[in-house]
Design a protein around this ligand. Structure first.
Ligand code: UD1
Ligand code: CA
Length: 451
């Protein structure tokens, strides 16, 4: 079977009240369209077709990693019109699965089951029973033959009796190109919104003695559509709750899982403990026995086994080695690599730096654009002065260096192996290894001084 997927993403998204295209709003750190693309791709279709409005064509560049045939719907004349734009590029006998880009939690296993559900039919519709069906098209089943849908009635066209129906259209429809062509060509826009509703193909099919068959799914949560910010929040909460349950089941210990947020692709090892108010963003990997304490944000980073990240720490785009101690109140900015057993303490900021094993910077320090060796002790208040107002320069600190408190290293500079820097020094010049550098004004004593 040659399967083609059509994803509708051209709608205005007026109800979001936002300048951002609706399908670019994020759930769990990824755009809604990306979620649908991920599920679509898992079905190994022969094509993925996305219908966009020309006004939001710029979003295409965010999806370079996907093999997508883009289609442009110049005016948002309705879901039937959007599908109609794609059909000429597909072969008559091919199968089509229609998805809406505003249904981000749709799961590929359910789609697979839906596609392979094989009653005799011309069109299949995935439906769901919703306690709050407001806004959805309602499913009207044929009285005589309940396994047949006779009509889908949109909220705006429904009477009070029809509005009481809880079975809703998910928007997910499966058919073939020739059937869709013949049905969509007859859809009219004589309704309150003056739109060509894709859902009208159901009553048209019935007039043509075609069979429209429902598959009623129990997976309510994964089939919710997002039209406004309330539904976006609701969907986000479902997504988060699914992730929390997944990690708890997998053995992660969480103090208060409701306050832990997963906004991206997170991998977690064994015996990991996560306290409260923690956000993971992007690609995050936590090794075994990692401890993440409260009020911490970790973005696009690897935290290796045995490392403890203490409260109020932010780590971004970096690699943290095994058995490190980071925080409290530490900030690891992008492009840092910390090797094993590194200690980064309170009020320490590290940026674009490589720090080798057993090195410690425990208090009030800025390390930027630096390469720091093994067993280095960086005293309190040390600053690598990396910026001259125009350019950034590198600081190299070799193994076994001791840097006394409140010292500044004026980059570019190399501090050779074994050097000791006296507290309060401003180091401007390179030196030989194993030297003691003292670069501060001498103390003067004026006896019996009168103020
Ligand atoms: C639609 C269905 C409704 C269903 C619900 C499920 C229709 C007429 N109604 O309603 O039966 O219960 O989804 O969530 O299909 N789009 C385009 N071009 C257009 C119009 C819409 O690409 O001209 C896209 C939108 O970007 C969106 C999707 O189609 O991704 C659905 O459109 P939307 O306006 O959200 O339809 P609903 O009112 O939610
Ligand atoms: Ca919708």
């Amino acid at each position: 079977m040659s399967l083609n997927i059509i994803i509708l993403a051209a709608g205005k998204g007026k109800r979001m009240h936002s300048s951002l295209p609706k399908v670019m709003h994020k759930v769990g750190g990824k755009s809604m369209l990306e979620h649908v693309l991920i599920s679509a791709k898992k079905l190994n279709p022969s094509s993925i077709n996305v219908v966009l409005s020309p006004k939001i064509e710029s979003i295409k560049k965010s999806f370079g990693g996907y093999d997508i045939a883009w289609h442009s719907q110049s005016e948002q004349k309705g879901t039937a019109d959007a599908v109609k734009i794609v059909l000429p590029s597909l072969k008559e006998d091919e199968k089509v699965l229609i998805l809406y880009a505003d249904t981000p939690l749709i799961d590929s296993d359910l789609l697979d089951k839906f596609i392979n559900y094989m009653p005799k039919s011309d069109v299949k519709v995935l439906t769901v029973n919703l306690q709050k069906p407001f806004g959805y098209g309602r499913i009207i089943r044929e009285q005589a033959e309940v396994e047949i849908i006779s009509k889908i009635i949109e909220e705006t066209e429904a009477d009070d009796l029809q509005k009481n129906i809880k079975e809703c259209n998910t928007g997910i429809i499966f058919s073939d190109v020739s059937t869709l062509n013949s049905l969509i060509s007859e859809v009219k826009n004589d309704n309150s919104k003056k739109e060509f509703y894709l859902t009208d193909i159901v009553s048209i099919a019935n007039l043509k003695n075609m069979m429209v068959v429902p598959l009623l799914s129990k997976e309510t949560n994964s089939l919710l559509g997002v039209n406004d910010k309330l539904q976006l929040e609701e969907t986000e909460q479902i997504y988060q709750s699914n992730n929390r349950k997944k990690f708890l089941r997998q053995g992660v210990t969480m103090l208060d899982s409701k306050s832990v947020f997963f906004k991206g692709d997170v991998e977690i090892g064994e015996d990991v403990e996560i306290e409260a108010n923690v956000i993971f963003e992007g690609n995050v990997k936590l090794g075994d026995k990692v401890q993440i304490k409260s009020n911490t944000i970790i973005k696009n980073s690897v935290i290796s086994s045995g490392t403890e990240v203490k409260p109020y720490t932010i780590i971004e785009d970096s690699l943290v080695g095994k058995n490190c101690n980071i925080g409290p109140f530490a900030r690891i900015r992008p492009n840092c690599t910390l090797e094993e057993s590194v200690g980064i303490g309170n009020f320490v900021e590290v940026k674009a730096s490589n720090i080798k094993k057993n090195t410690k910077a425990n208090h009030l320090t800025y390390l930027g654009d630096s390469d720091i060796g093994e067993n280095v002790n960086v005293g309190a208040g040390v600053i690598t002065c990396n910026y001259d107002g125009v350019n950034k320069h590198k600081t190299v600190i070799k193994d076994n260096v001791f840097i006394g408190s409140d010292s500044q290293l004026i980059a570019p500079i190399i501090v050779e192996e074994g050097v000791t820097i006296a507290a309060g020094s401003t180091i401007t010049d390179n030196s030989e290894k194993d030297s003691l550098l003292i670069a501060r004004s001498r103390q003067q004593e004026k006896k019996n001084w009168k103020r």
